[in-house]
Design a protein around this ligand. Structure first.
Ligand SMILES: *Cc1c(COP(=O)(O)O)cnc(C)c1O
Length: 479
């Protein structure tokens, strides 16, 4: 499989060549040259595979430059019951991405948040860790991953890279701004290749330092600085797997199609669902749920894509969806405008100049009603109500992001054909967001038994001022 850039870069690299990098040299995002399709007989055969077996079948369509035996081994080491054991009390810890029916055959929760950090980022990041290790070993290279996090992505990256001999992680976080549970998750890691740096400032200060270091080409090259950002194609490919898995769990001889509702920020998760559908998975609806930061809902309703400024970006109670622009959206727009790189380049030039783009009067937008997407927005009040509702009716605590997915999903559920179940992706567990759970329910969320005592473990973190040269010196001494 060759990969192309959304902006038309002429070289067509293979998977391992794009794995460790970020953007294509022309500033675009990588996509497979053509989306591989799945035959009906393959789909039937895959139904009975284990999660790692299914992962191998799907990934081998996107990754053709790793020998099959090696890829199979990577999948077997990535998708183990032990890594995804952080389940709610009473749940079976032996199953990966289990489906919980709330209303049998009608409404289900697909639990993709049972990994080490209790958010779905683990589903892809754990694979990325093993792929990085494999490719670096083959090439005799090392990498120093530098990132800034306000919670989910940084911890998922650390748990994926811990103990990997050719990888070090330098993760900046805003000092004192994360929840006690999130701090404990990151700072209790004792692995020698993980470095937590708490910046005395806000998340944006940490992010600015990462940008400044990354813009120093000489420093970057000298210390092999890399990133694990949300636009990495391998993360999308890994997320395709659970759409197939969820489909198999929800369907039978009588039920042949499904709909998914997806709490959305950077458009990575739901884009993987779109790819699954392009591959031939019978998905009738992808319901895109945003929070108050409704950039994407606005596009699907009006055809106008208008990224927000920092001051227009709301700080909400579903913080992992607090985005000002959706970094994976360019991949979808590339398809939307008929895989036209010149048009994508022009649209993003307008955006980079601080503008917006309006596709409402194009034939592409006119065809949107026939597409798989619908969208909606959920607010803080909706979120609290939905957390209460699900707790009262089904006895389950859902996290604020999943509540957004449930809110918008339920809005569209009544318009689905009767034999199409709606699966809401449970993107995180309630335990991560204790404040909002207390606000909604008046009680503390339950922490999975496997993680109780986490907050009592010793923590290791370097507190530093928001000073680029100090951070560079710290990295240079340890990279
Ligand atoms: C990252 C994240 C999201 C948003 O996913 P995207 O792929 O960015 O759309 C939703 N919920 C949770 C809990 C997350 O961590």
């Amino acid at each position: 499989m060759k990969y192309v850039s959304t902006r038309g870069w002429v070289s067509r690299p293979e998977f391992c060549d794009i794995l460790l990098g970020g953007l294509a040299p022309d500033g675009g995002l990588y996509l497979p040259e053509s989306v591989p399709t799945v035959r009906r007989d393959e789909l039937d055969a895959w139904r009975h595979l284990s999660y790692d077996g299914l992962a191998f079948e799907i990934l081998s369509k996107f990754i053709t430059d790793i020998p099959a035996d090696d890829l199979r081994d990577i999948c077997a080491r990535t998708y183990t019951a032990d890594i995804y054991r952080h389940v709610r009390t009473g749940d079976d810890p032996g199953r990966i991405a289990p489906l919980h029916w709330l209303e049998p055959g009608k409404l289900g929760l697909l639990a993709i948040s049972n990994g080490p950090t209790l958010a779905f980022k683990d589903m892809a990041m754990q694979l990325l860790g093993n792929l990085f290790e494999y490719v670096l070993e083959k090439r005799g290279e090392t990498i120093n991953i530098l990132g800034a996090t306000s919670g989910d992505t940084g911890s998922a990256a650390e748990y994926a890279m811990r103990g990997k001999s050719r990888v070090k992680v330098f993760m900046l976080s805003p000092h004192g701004k994360m929840s006690a549970f999130q701090r404990a998750q990151m700072y209790s890691l004792a692995d020698g290749n993980i470095f937590n740096i708490a910046i005395t400032g806000m998340f944006d200060d940490a992010q600015d330092i990462v940008k400044a270091v990354s813009n120093d080409a000489a420093f970057k090259a000298q210390h092999c600085i890399g990133a694990v950002n949300s636009i990495n194609w391998a993360r999308i490919a890994a997320q395709v797997i659970y759409y197939f898995h969820g489909y198999f769990a929800a369907t039978s001889d009588n039920v042949q199609k499904v709909a998914f509702s997806v709490p959305t920020g950077n458009f990575g998760n739901i884009f993987a669902g779109y790819i699954a559908r392009c591959m031939g998975l019978p998905i009738v609806r992808l319901i895109l749920a945003t929070n108050e930061n409704n950039v994407l809902d606005e596009f699907f309703r009006t055809g106008v894509y208008r990224p927000r400024s920092a001051s227009e970006t709301h700080v909400t109670s579903s913080p992992s969806m607090d985005i000002s622009k959706a970094s994976n959206f360019e991949r979808y727009i590339f398809d939307f405008v008929g895989r036209n790189p010149a048009m994508v380049t022009k649209l993003w030039k307008d955006l980079d100049a601080g503008g917006a783009f309006d596709l409402s009067s194009t034939p592409f937008f006119a065809r949107l009603p026939e597409s798989v997407f619908v969208s909606g927005k959920s607010t803080h009040a909706d979120r609290l109500n939905m957390i209460q509702d699900v707790y009262e009716h089904y006895g389950l605590m859902i996290d604020p992001h999943t509540a957004d997915g449930m809110e918008v999903g339920k809005h569209y559920a009544s318009r689905l054909p009767v034999d199409v179940p709606l699966l809401v992706l449970e993107t995180a567990q309630a335990a991560k967001f204790a404040d909002t759970i207390r606000e909604a329910l008046g009680v503390d969320p339950e922490i999975p038994a496997s993680l109780q005592g986490l907050e009592a473990l010793p923590q290791r973190v370097e507190v530093m001022p928001p000073d680029v040269s100090a951070v560079k010196a710290f990295i240079a001494a340890r990279a």
